[in-house]
Write a protein that binds this ligand. Structure first.
Ligand SMILES: CC(C)(COP(=O)(O)OP(=O)(O)OC[C@H]1O[C@@H](n2cnc3c(N)ncnc32)[C@H](O)[C@@H]1OP(=O)(O)O)[C@@H](O)C(=O)NCCC(=O)NCCS
Length: 165
């Protein structure tokens, strides 16, 4: 397995993975919009035998707290082709993304997903609880990367998320 940042030659394959994994166009369209808007902070692909079989996107979001506007990160979406699941590809994509974001100085990542899966990477509902967000609820989690991370605030996702169910 090879994990690397996407290049323009991967766009078609990434779209195909997203359409397959989510049984529709919504997530594929989301990633295209994020990319076009310049909000795609990090987009990584996983290759097996030269074929792109997995993808993860991290995008910029903003936190407003005490009159300050601070940057944060959203993890979404994460997808692996059905025939390649349960081999650790999803985990490898998430961990590789975290490594790069940590190195880049990012302080906090939010995700909307199953706590049973994302808890394995350190995400927790408790860490997200003090943030106001349209996605707040039992699946909304955060991973704190540095002690400098904001502790509370109102979250605004990239405009590409507007109207997404
Ligand atoms: C979620 C997904 C990316 C995981 O990819 P993967 O390469 O199979 O992940 P890994 O191999 O790293 O981990 C697999 C483990 O996670 C578990 N897992 C997968 N999806 C899960 C979920 N939604 N909730 C809880 N556990 C989950 C599996 O049961 C497996 O554990 P096991 O082997 O002990 O049974 C893949 O199943 C997928 O593309 N699903 C459809 C799209 C999706 O739902 N994305 C997540 C949106 S938040």
């Amino acid at each position: 397995m090879n994990i690397r940042p996407e290049s323009s030659g991967d766009f078609v394959a990434v779209r195909a993975i997203l359409r397959e994994a989510f049984a529709g166009d919504d997530e594929a369209d989301l990633v295209d919009r994020l990319r076009n808007d310049g909000d795609l902070l990090l987009s990584m692909v996983a290759e097996e035998a030269g074929q792109v079989v997995g993808h993860v996107a991290f995008s910029r979001l903003w936190l407003r707290h005490d009159g300050q506007r601070l940057p944060g990160v959203s993890l979404a979406p994460l997808s692996v082709m059905p025939g390649h699941r349960r081999h650790g590809i999803g985990a490898a994509l998430v961990e590789a993304g975290h490594g790069r974001l940590r190195h880049a100085g990012e302080s906090i990542i939010f995700v909307l997903g199953d706590p049973a899966y994302y808890g394995c990477f350190g995400y927790s509902i408790a860490a997200a609880r003090a943030f106001d967000c349209v996605y707040a609820g039992p699946h909304f989690q955060a991973l704190v990367l540095t002690s400098l991370a904001p502790k509370a605030g109102a979250i605004t996702y990239a405009a590409s998320f507007d109207g997404l169910a």
